[in-house]
Design a protein around this ligand. Structure first.
Ligand code: FES
Ligand code: FES
Length: 167
């Protein structure tokens, strides 16, 4: 099968039961995407598929032929960091860093959703413009768990990156 990851096509010979997360980490050696729980509960494995964030542990690689997959490696790299990566650095949005790739990818996806005015559980209305309050940011990032509890700085980093071309 063929996977398009960070703009490049890769031919892979995979067991059809291989998760997208394992295809990225074990077969393409893109280890930026982390495996935390492997059960859809921690968000460490968050990637973008066609611009939307998903947990890559909960889907099979074979279901994503033809999709545009973006991992943390595709957002930026040393020397040309994505604005969200810069912001996490600047605001000290991590401690051990294990959750960080998932947090950053999720934050980029979340800003895109807010820009399209998708409501969240804490939005006042189901339609209308979404203002990214701290409560909105926290709710929209609630699928990404940080065992070090860097949450206040993560919210600061996302708030600051919002509007700087980070979506
Ligand atoms: S490893 Fe996928 S959600 Fe935890
Ligand atoms: S920085 Fe350690 S788990 Fe988030």
């Amino acid at each position: 099968m063929r996977l398009n990851v960070n703009g490049a096509d890769h031919e892979l010979d995979l067991d059809p039961r291989t998760s997208l997360l394992d295809a990225l980490r074990e077969h393409l050696e893109l280890t930026g995407t982390k495996k935390g729980c492997d059960h859809g509960q921690c968000g460490a494995c968050t990637i973008l598929v066609n611009g939307r964030r998903i947990n890559s542990c909960l889907t099979l690689a074979i279901m994503h032929e033809g999709d545009a997959i973006t991992t943390i490696e595709g957002l930026g790299a040393p020397g040309h960091l994505h604005p969200m990566q810069e912001s996490f650095l600047h605001h000290d949005g991590y401690q051990c860093g294990y959750c960080t790739p998932g947090q950053i990818v999720s934050a980029v996806g979340m800003l895109g959703e807010a820009k399209e005015n998708w409501p969240s559980h804490v939005s006042d209305a189901l339609d209308g413009k979404v203002e990214l309050s701290d409560a909105e940011i926290s709710e929209r990032m609630s699928g990404n768990i940080c065992r070090c509890s860097a949450y206040p700085n993560i919210v600061d980093a996302i708030r600051s990156a919002n509007g700087k071309g980070a979506a």
